[in-house]
Design a protein around this ligand. Structure first.
Ligand code: TRP
Length: 450
């Protein structure tokens, strides 16, 4: 007999797990560094516009397809449409989720190294000026970085194997709220740093001359990445929602909470960057250099450091389990593999690719494709190309291809909620999001000039 499909047990769990997927290294590691590289407030502004005009409608598209069918992405598309061409779009999500899992695990592995250094007291003993060298030394050492990547993927594997309710739900319910509180405490601390004014100005006072095609594409890619959008990750989670869930309400709440966490991370980082004389445009290393300097200046710094890296690790793992769920739900439901076997396949592939990403900070540093290291290439292809592409596909599917009544019934719970909001979301989903994604895409790849 077929096992009954899992379902999240409460509304709180629905929000905590989807926010758990959305909030992760994307908010705390990627957002500040990309904002720094791309000129600060102008990037934030475009980012927020993308979340509102593209992000929320595309979340609604994924949610309605997932919750309406209660299936994995391929099963869902098969139920809703007969064309094989439409079914084949599920592969964008599968490919991108494996690429993301691979490079994401490298950065998540760094949190473990830093956690150990924080526990041993070594972190707070390092002088602030040395954090940059310290990081480079660690990241380029051939074994350490690979070892932590593999250890992280093993942790991910053990949680994945336990399944939706016991594994995913329980962790998110407890850890997400704690992370939020901790970030607020760090924010308050940042307000007392000497260069708080300069930091906040960088984040909130836009300099429009900084807007270039790559800034706009980067902001959209980051919005997709941070909202876990475009890969059918939210589609899968929505397939575990109950039929009472208010989809537009949850989509908006998730978008707001995710953006708040990214902005909080900015408010923590930028005053510190200027106060400790770090370089805002440092790139992927930024957060790993600046946070240790913050802890070194706090009383009981080592304790805060332990707490922070522990929570960052959990935020990362609640995100990686959501990416893994895409391929695992696919393999169990489409190929009939057991959950354990599917988790093993997923983990082994990610281990192989993840090791290559880890090495691209060390021995493979000079191995570049299109001028990017393997790590950068994986990140670029997935955030800036595959996720927006997946976003267009979902917006078009929900807006134009799938039966209109099906989507409307999902978004309004058969006419009982959101009757006023539905036309707005529908308009954004059918017209604004696909056109905006396409234009930004062409503009960002410099195929279109304004
Ligand atoms: N949103 C997560 C973060 O910000 C990363 C993530 C989880 C993700 N699941 C995803 C990104 C699916 C793209 C697609 O860290």
């Amino acid at each position: 007999m077929k096992e009954k499909r899992a379902q999240f047990s409460s509304r709180f769990a629905v929000i905590a797990t989807t926010v758990g997927s959305a909030v992760g290294l994307g908010n705390i590691w990627a957002f500040p560094y990309k904002c720094g590289v791309n000129g600060g407030a102008a990037f934030l502004l475009i980012y927020i516009a993308c979340v509102l005009l593209i992000g929320i409608p595309v979340i609604c598209a994924e949610f309605s397809i997932g919750r309406g069918t209660h299936k994995n992405v391929r099963g869902a598309l098969r139920q809703l449409h007969s064309s094989r061409f439409v079914h084949s779009f599920s592969f964008i999500g599968l490919l991108a989720s494996i690429l993301i899992l691979s490079f994401y695990s490298v950065v998540a592995g760094w949190t473990l190294e830093y956690l150990i250094e924080a526990i041993s007291g070594q972190m707070t003993a390092t002088p602030a000026a040395d954090f940059s060298n310290h990081f480079s030394g660690f990241a380029s050492s051939p074994y350490k970085s690979v070892a932590w990547t593999l250890i992280f993927l093993l942790c991910n594997y053990f949680i994945m194997r336990r399944g939706v309710k016991r594994g995913i739900e329980r962790m998110s319910n407890i850890l997400m709220p704690i992370l939020f509180v901790i970030l607020i405490i760090f924010c308050v601390h940042s307000f007392f740093l000497p260069e708080v004014g300069r930091g906040l100005k960088f984040l909130f006072h836009p300099d429009f001359s900084k807007i270039t095609p790559s800034v706009v594409l980067g902001a959209m890619g980051q919005a997709f990445f941070s909202l876990s959008l475009g890969l059918s990750c939210l589609l899968i989670y929505a397939s575990y929602f109950s039929d009472k869930e208010n989809l537009i309400g949850s989509a908006s709440l998730i978008a707001v909470l995710d953006t708040v966490v990214a902005v909080l991370a900015g408010v923590i980082i930028f005053p510190a960057v200027f106060s400790y004389g770090a370089n805002v445009a440092e790139g992927p290393k930024l957060v790993y250099e600046v946070f240790p300097a913050i802890f070194a200046s706090m009383s009981m710094g080592w304790l805060w450091a332990v707490l922070f890296f522990l929570l960052l690790f959990f935020a990362a793992i609640t995100s990686t389990i959501s990416m893994s769920e895409i391929t695992i739900a696919f393999m169990t439901e489409e190929w009939g593999l057991s959950r354990k076997r599917a988790s093993q396949v997923n983990t082994l592939v990610a281990m192989a690719l993840g090791s290559l990403c880890a090495l691209s900070f060390g021995v493979l540093r000079d191995f570049t494709i299109f001028g990017m290291t393997i790590f950068d290439l994986f990140e670029y292809i997935s955030s800036n190309i595959l996720l927006p592409l997946g976003g267009i596909v979902f917006a078009l599917l929900a807006g134009w291809v799938i039966d209109r009544r099906f989507i409307r019934d999902q978004l309004t719970n058969f006419g009982s909620v959101n009757r006023r909001l539905y036309p707005v979301i529908s308009f954004l989903m059918r017209f604004v999001a696909p056109v905006a994604i396409l234009l930004i895409f062409l503009y960002g790849l410099k195929l279109l000039h304004f």
